[in-house]
Design a protein around this ligand. Structure first.
Ligand SMILES: [Zn+2]
Length: 96
């Protein structure tokens, strides 16, 4: 664990562009999770009840990649510019 003095010297940075976030300016905390889901009944295969297996076979990817598709999560802080960029990417319908 860094000492408190070292922590204070370490400026907060945007997790996307690494821009320094001055203490006097607002920054934006975010948490984003993408969860892969599948209605197993729709596959018509009653034995395929593991989403990892299904995703791996559907996309011909490794079990590790399939795991990332089943659950992906990211949290951190953004500067104002990256917040606008993210909201723009998500689209107008996501702003509220
Ligand atoms: Zn940024």
């Amino acid at each position: 664990m860094p000492r408190a003095k070292e922590l204070r010297q370490d400026a907060r940075r945007c997790d996307h562009c690494s821009r320094e976030l001055p203490a006097s300016r607002p920054y934006y905390r975010f948490a984003l999770a993408i969860q892969g889901e599948l209605d197993v009944l729709a596959t018509g295969d009653a034995t395929a009840d593991d989403p990892h297996t299904i995703i791996a076979s559907a996309h011909d990817v490794s079990a590790e990649d399939a795991e990332a598709e089943v659950h992906w999560e990211k949290a951190g802080v953004l500067c104002g510019a990256c917040r606008r960029e993210l909201l723009g990417w998500l689209g107008e319908g996501w702003h509220h």
